[in-house]
Design a protein around this ligand. Structure first.
Ligand SMILES: [Zn+2]
Length: 206
């Protein structure tokens, strides 16, 4: 099953994707730090200014811990989002209603098409990947295909898609033909297959 021998890091030639992941990590880390500093400041402000009862102070500490914990949880989730290779065991399509709670779309709710990939690693670990359903995904992802998830990138790369001359953009999910270096939709670089797979596909021609 392990056709892919090289380490699961994003290739050097995909510098833009590496930068994207690095920036995402820094952003999450700073957000976490920011919220913790904010809640500590709130706590110390109340602590110094008011004669609070013990109960009130206790609940304030609890809520501060809860909020800090939630953001820390998000950060930890990002940190444990490791790269892996797995096989698609099940594909589920679903429609979800994205309710516009913040009023960004003028209060209109949008019906979003999603694709759920149940992926199993060689060691038996199961992962659920939820991605927005994009054009040509039915041609790109299939049950039984081997996929590579790169930590921090939303769309997994299919090793079998390469055999069908199809490539997915790791950032926007646009499906491209093999002969392009960059995504037509967002301009991100496409992760190219290891050399072994190029020779494998060429062998089919001769
Ligand atoms: Zn793209």
């Amino acid at each position: 099953m392990s056709r892919r021998e090289e380490p699961l890091t994003i290739p050097r030639e995909n510098a833009d994707l590496r930068t994207f992941v690095r920036k995402k990590r820094i952003r999450i880390w700073l957000q976490t730090l920011g919220w913790e500093v904010f809640w500590l400041a709130v706590f110390f402000y109340y602590h110094s200014r008011t004669d609070m009862t013990f109960d009130y102070r206790f609940s304030l500490v609890l809520s501060a811990l809860l909020v800090a914990g939630l953001f820390l949880f998000g950060w930890i989730r990002m940190m444990v989002d490791r790269s892996y290779v797995g096989v698609i065991r099940q594909i589920v399509f679903r429609r979800v209603m994205n309710t516009d709670l913040l009023g960004n779309r003028g209060g209109k709710s949008v019906l979003a098409e999603q694709m759920l990939l149940w992926v199993e690693e060689t060691n038996g670990h199961r992962h659920k990947i939820v991605i927005a359903r994009k054009k040509n995904f039915d041609r790109y992802y299939h049950v039984g295909d081997q996929i590579v998830h790169h930590s921090g990138l939303p769309y997994p790369e299919s090793n079998d898609g390469a055999d069908r001359y199809l490539y997915v953009c790791s950032l926007c999910g646009g499906v491209e033909l093999t002969d392009t270096d960059h995504c037509h939709g967002c301009g991100a670089s496409l992760i190219k297959p290891p050399q072994s797979r190029y020779t494998k596909t060429e062998e089919r021609f001769f």
